[in-house]
Design a protein around this ligand. Sequence first.
Ligand code: NAD
Ligand code: DAU
Length: 347
Amino acid sequence: MKILVTGGAGFIGSHVVRRMVTTYSEYTIYNLDALTYAGNLENLKDIEKAANYKFFKGDIVDEAFVFEIFKEYNFDGIIHLAAESHVDRSIKDPLAFVKTNIIGTVNLLNAAKEFWKDDKKGKKFYHVSTDEVYGSLGANGLFTEETSYQPNSPYSASKASSDHFVRAYGETYGLPYVISNCSNNYGPNHFPEKLIPLFINNIIEGKSLPVYGNGKYTRDWLFVEDHAAAIDLVFHKGKNRETYNIGGFNEWQNIDLVKLLCKLMDNKLQRSLGTSEKLIAYVKDRPGHDLRYAIDASKISKELGWKPSVTFEEGLEKTINWFLENKEWLLNVTSGEYQDYYNKMYS
Ligand code: NAD
Ligand code: DAU
């Protein structure tokens, strides 16, 4: 099989590419990534020379480029992860999200439609999406695959739109597809604009920890390698035209999570207990901030036999160790453009 993974140099994409390259030596994995601020080939250093791996630098918004590589390689499957992924950035620049997340996805759909039109057997367009398309939960309830869409941020609206396009190409053109909607990931290689890696970096540097609003927002956290395992399973075993919700069965209010992180970091850095907690600063809330996300992952669990393999404690331990052992990675990604972003976002 020739499989195109888009966004493979990013956080989740790099774990998916590594898993596919190392598990399936009989496949060739093509990684297409524009290497935006979030894309980093350092994430794939260990497998970059594998015989069954090829990298293309390119933009999914560039229709001619997308068609060219489809024509040349005639992929059997696509695992589409390339996206603008940070909610705060989407609030400042929604159009960038429309371009990559909607137009980019439609370009890939058009290429798949064109090149698979005479033979759809064994083909699959897999769109990796988010639970944020469902909007926000109150204190109770879980997102199921039947929950109606109610995106609240430009990011989630763009992902919801791309989900709808994928479904529409299935209905209208018979394109074989599958979609998954996952909760918040964390783990190695996570870009330090998102809560967990940002706070790990700030604790290392002794900088303040900007908790939005009252800190009582809830997220359902999943270790990134468990998401990659679920993606592998959905790609191979997921039923045509189905959606699968993926989550960690692991809800945390932000403030409780931040306090836990502070404790673990004090311990790792051999600082006295309470040092990092003093860095917590309540700041202005995120506009349109979703109160709570929580996934009902019973469908993927029952139908495909998936469940998370690590506990939150184990996952956080692995994550913190990785960041402490990869200070150069952190330094590289936090120099340059990151400083500008940080100053504008948190000044
Ligand atoms: P990320 O921001 O870390 O990585 C995105 C990757 O896409 C980067 O390598 C970037 O260079 C690439 N990219 C961006 N624009 C591109 C373009 N126009 N053309 C080609 N490549 C482009 O994102 P992530 O957190 O790894 O998320 C990956 C996917 O998973 C996204 O689709 C996101 O919506 C989805 N998702 C993320 C989470 C999460 O918690 N991070 C949860 C559920 C779903
Ligand atoms: O639910 C899946 C989604 O999770 C993915 O689709 C997104 O790509 C991913 O970025 C993530 O979105 P969130 O907005 O939930 O993640 P983030 O890490 O930005 O924020 C997590 C929570 O922490 C949220 O309630 C906002 C809060 N927060 C975040 C930052 C960056 C803060 O309090 N302070 C911060 O500085």
